[in-house]
Design a protein around this ligand. Sequence first.
Ligand SMILES: C[S@@+](CC[C@H](N)C(=O)[O-])C[C@H]1O[C@@H](n2cnc3c(N)ncnc32)[C@H](O)[C@@H]1O
Length: 326
Amino acid sequence: MWMHGHNLAAEVAENYRDFAAEARGRSRNYEVLAAAVADDPDILGYLETLPRPKRQPNLLFAAARTLHGGPVDAGQLRDLVRDRRDDLRELMLTRRTQTNEPARCATLLPALARLPQPLALIEVGASAGLTLLVDRYSYDFAGVQVAGLDPLAPTLRCEPLGPVPIPDRVPEIAWRAGLDLNPLDVASQADMDWLACMVWPGEGDREQRLADAIAAARRDPPVVRRGDLLTDLPDLAAAAPAGATLVVYHTAVLAYLTPDERDRFAAIMRGLPAVWLSNEGPGVISGVPVPPHDGSPFVLGRDGSTAVALTDSHGAWVRWPGPDGW
Ligand SMILES: C[S@@+](CC[C@H](N)C(=O)[O-])C[C@H]1O[C@@H](n2cnc3c(N)ncnc32)[C@H](O)[C@@H]1O
């Protein structure tokens, strides 16, 4: 029994140490917090009482920020674990690590704009639906501007690498819908506060961009249905209007499925009259080739078989291949 508890604490501590390494250079606050948790027997003891998927750093830190009303330091985190353990537990058990990064729209835009217009968009794993609003945002591709339909929506900055076909206008979206296991409601302040707490402290303009995108979504909220991409997609696809190119896409979603589930999703996609755009880590969609790359970008794949572009996982750049390849 002692060995079991000991091993578990060591395993949780190691997760937090790994997370501290991941946060280095991205969020000093999370780097310091994660390292402190890894050495704190009380916080580790608390985490051990949670189910395994609920012990993650992102969840603990976002829950602590929600209770505290802003980023916490290690001392404040210790106090919360000691004094508000039940509130912390309740939040960590009911909430999920669920992000929504509007900037990913910039990496999808060139591919979407090349399809026959108008488009009917279905995003699976749409979260709050902020990545469904491709036509509302404006874009700045290293000085080349594309004007969005909502002048108050944020301008997404994205560095184009290689011959990216930057469109001269946003795509025409005739219809759009999202599907998510747990849709977040842009009208709910608690849901949007949670989304904001999922952005790591110190990640530049991400927080402001998110706030501006939420404001844009609230002016004309996207529909995100509750459902599972493995069971509910054909029904949603049947609701799309005729006369528009149906596009099913996902970004930072399929990695959460097992390889077997991803194959099942690919089979569903093959059965639908839709263009399939996948924006996921290399190798997540098994049929999409992985172009040579540095770091850990996403691969924008088409129809489960072609690599269209390499993309920054948070939308900061997009690379299309030249005539001689990547
Ligand atoms: C990391 S978020 C990405 C959200 C959004 N696509 C973006 O790029 O900002 C992943 C989303 O996928 C959803 N998700 C995970 N598995 C799913 C499934 N089987 N069916 C539907 N949605 C799922 C989660 O609930 C979550 O909202």
